[in-house]
Design a protein around this ligand. Sequence first.
Ligand SMILES: [Zn+2]
Length: 460
Amino acid sequence: MLQLHDTATGRARELALRDAGKVSMYVCGATVYAPPHIGHGRFVLVYDILRRYLEYRGLVVDHVSNVTDIDDKIIIRANQEGRSSAEVAEEFEASWWQAMDAVGALRPTAIPHATEHIDGMVELVGELIKRDVAYETSDGVYLSVEKVDGYGLLAHQTLESLRAGARVEVIEEKRSPSDFAIWKKAKPGEPTWDSPFGPGRPGWHTECVVMALGLLGEGFDLHGAGQDLIFPHNENERAQAVAWGRQFANHWMHNGMVEVGGQKMGKSLGNFQTMDEFLSTSDPRAYRMLVARSHYRTPIEVGPSMVEDAELQLERLDNFGRLMAELERDLPAGEAGSATAERVRGLEARFVELMDDDLRTPDAVASLFSAIKEVNTAAGEREGQHARELGAAVLRLFGVLGLEPPGAGEPVDSQAADLVRRLDEARAARDFEAADAVRAELQGLGWTVETTQQGTRIYR
Ligand SMILES: [Zn+2]
């Protein structure tokens, strides 16, 4: 079974499943106040690959990822632009899915919106006040972190060191600088909901804990997010669950950041690239390739040379896809021998071994590319059946990473097939003038013509 680094324990451990055959996973999702940037794209792709892998292993995955559609940043933008928070949220949620669809991310199996779960949040806040772990101030309701067992578990810090590092805030009614708002009382011009502690809205940390427990139930298997959310967001989610007496996530996974020149990419730093900007200049699959080629916990750089390199790899992959389509079409039916079956089993076993070892996708990608070399050699040496069966396994496994090539393209019609035959004959007869003429004719019909060891290959 999958060994996955767990932020809470600081080491890799087996992802234990609450329900046999089923994975319950919550991933902190989008706060929809601006177009998604490539840091968002990375976390979406990391959890997309994890999910595809779990499904490949035969598990059913409940993949819940929220949309925060009420938040300070949404309200600020709405007020600046003179429209409602709902309008702002709707616009940027649409741009979020557009970008994530473009990189081929599977939609989560459930997408709760914060504003649909306010009742549950009001209930939680009331319960925490009743349990005397939360208190009301003039501007909201705060959780008293000193009353929470193990506060600082995810951050791997004690309450004392967290307190020393906390920003001094002006809210004098807060009992400890680490206490955080679970309910924010209404200010003029803000959307509000009624509650026993006055009209207002929930804090962001409260949204996720209520939606995760509401949709997945107590003791769900895995909580994921970017490393930038470990503290305070995830720590504060956990704190509320503990204070509520509910068993929260069994395992915590966090992915690394996107960096620019060794610095975290961020809006405030001005070194920021949106998904749309990336997608307007690059193959959408290049980003998935970049993400898969890096270990999910390490920071990545998304500079022009890395993107170019990823696109070159995609080209190799697409050429391979076309070779496979040709083998599928041209080879007579038949089966390769037991040595091939053994090699396919070995390739799949290695893939599983690497992925089970804390998702070593860079090594998995490298292993698949070296298998592509082997398939190309086999095809060149007329070991077509071996090439076809091993190649099919390579395609399947690339599919687990969401990187399957787009397929064979258009089928080759009889006119084009005839021209390919004439081109090969002309080359065999070393009549290069005739070969050039036939090549030009094919190109005129829109075909891309490649000369390979195995003869002419065309696609369009
Ligand atoms: Zn969250």
